[in-house]
Write a protein that binds this ligand. Structure first.
Ligand code: 0X9
Ligand code: ZN
Length: 443
């Protein structure tokens, strides 16, 4: 049955009408890397970001290089402007349509190969390739069927009516654990084009459960202390759209009445310092904050979940929103670099340091993972998930945006052969982070 469904899905995705490589949406667009040393150049860049509605792939900062996708018709003018300001730049990708075409062709080839082999059980699930949204949901069903202490539940519904599935992992408590156990929340795919995020969240979950069944001490300790709530792909409509239409789409897909432009940046739509710096009031912007806080079904679903936990007296301890790319682990505050850091900041940063160290030691990934308070390390972003996780309904002590691989060689169009290494280092990082929390808060 599943096999038939999969074949149908592959056939639908590869039909001429919906195959994204054929839309030529990104022909001639370039990815340009700019090295910025001075605050005033950053300000200037952010200013044209807004005016020209440029798509920044990394956070404008003086710490990491700034990667920006420049539309075909603006590349010469933009380079002239950079030269005039004596800003050093390098063209990372000459023509993004070629990258997107290669990426999608590879994803299709992998899916077609798998369709030939067939999936019968969870054991056949291939973590080393990217999966369409329906397969991610099916994966969640299969995981819940495989493990007696895992339940799949309906987390919410997207604007287009897709069910957003989530997993509750509630293994038997160990002697140290409180009753009920504190919750650890992992969210993948809030930004549609960041495909490595759902892939890594699924790998993490699958590995943790398998290790637990094998009697592994780390997995037993972590699952004995915490219940895990996992949303592998929050922005379902956006994710589907990246497979069928625009590979580099970021936002959700709810239309904006009276505007031609579709979608809200869900990571500007949370009710934490909503509408302040680093979010746009304009629906056409890729960092559009939405009409009001939480006015999208996906962010509403997140908040409803934490409202329910709160009403039930549950404590959320850790909140991680997995993104890509550029490899920083970002703690509050996101909304302001001037705001005084919260009292918990010292612990949040120490836990992030432990996580980064573990992630770096797994594969010695190029560029390395770094950590810091979001707005101070990078740039300001209001209505973002890490501030929401800490200062709003979830009230989790340890909340982060984790930006996965890479540091710009491929950016969002990360080849599938990096999924397993990303998963392995994130697994080690996750265990190190949770161990820090256990040792610091419960010992
Ligand atoms: O801009 C975002 O939403 C996140 N980066 S991404 O490239 N994945 O879109 C980062 C948000 C973290 N907060 C701050 N940088 N302030
Ligand atoms: Zn993101």
């Amino acid at each position: 049955m599943k096999f038939v469904v999969l074949l149908a899905a592959v056939a639908a995705l590869s039909s001429a009408a919906s195959f994204p490589g054929k839309t030529e949406h990104y022909r001639g667009n370039q990815l340009i890397r700019i090295t910025v040393e001075y605050e005033e150049d950053l300000k200037w860049l952010r200013n044209i970001e807004e005016k020209m509605n440029l798509d920044f792939w990394t956070d404008p900062s003086t710490i990491r290089p700034v990667d920006v996708m420049v539309p075909r018709d603006f590349t010469s003018e933009f380079k002239r402007m950079l030269n005039k300001r004596e800003l050093y730049y390098k063209v990372l990708r000459q023509d993004l349509q070629d990258d997107v075409d290669n990426d999608l062709a590879e994803a299709m080839r992998a899916l077609q190969k798998k369709a030939r082999i067939g999936i019968q059980t969870l054991d056949d699930f291939d973590y080393s390739i990217y999966h369409p949204f329906d397969e991610i949901q099916q994966w969640a069903t299969d995981v819940a069927n495989e493990y007696s202490f895992v339940t799949k539940f309906k987390f919410g519904e997207t604007y287009e009516g897709r069910e957003i599935g989530a997993l509750e992992i509630a293994a038997p408590a160990n002697a140290m654990a409180s009753d009920p156990k504190p919750v650890v929340y992992f969210e993948g795919g809030i930004h549609a084009r960041e495909w490595i995020s759902p892939a890594t969240v699924m790998f993490f979950t699958g590995k943790l459960l398998e290790m637990y069944n094998n009697g592994d001490a780390d997995a037993r300790r972590v699952l004995g202390m915490f219940d895990l709530h996992i949303v592998p792909s929050l922005n379902g409509d956006g994710y589907v759209f990246t497979w069928t239409d625009e590979r580099l789409w970021r936002k959700a897909r709810q239309p904006n009445p009276d505007f031609g432009c579709v979608g809200t940046d869900l990571n500007r739509n949370f009710d934490a310092f909503w509408g302040q710096n680093g979010a746009s009031p304009w629906p056409c912007s890729i960092v559009y904050r939405g009409f009001t806080p939480l006015n999208n079904p996906e962010t509403t679903a997140v908040d409803a979940h934490f409202q329910a936990l709160k009403a039930a007296g549950r404590v959320t301890k850790v909140f991680i929103d997995w993104h890509s790319y550029s490899q920083p682990i970002l703690a509050p505050w996101s909304y302001s670099s001037a705001a005084e850091l919260p009292a918990e900041s010292e612990n949040q940063l120490a836990a992030a340091a432990a996580m980064a160290a573990a992630m770096n030691s797994t594969n010695s990934v190029a560029g390395g993972y770094i950590h810091g308070a979001s707005a101070r390390l990078l740039y300001e972003a209001s209505g973002a998930s890490n501030d929401y996780g800490f200062a709003s309904t979830p009230a989790a002590t340890y909340t982060y945006v984790v930006e996965l691989r890479d540091t710009g060689e491929y950016g969002f169009v990360l080849p599938a052969d990096q999924i397993l290494p990303s998963g392995e280092e994130s697994y080690d990082g996750g265990i190190a982070l949770l161990d820090y929390v256990i040792n610091n808060d419960y010992d």
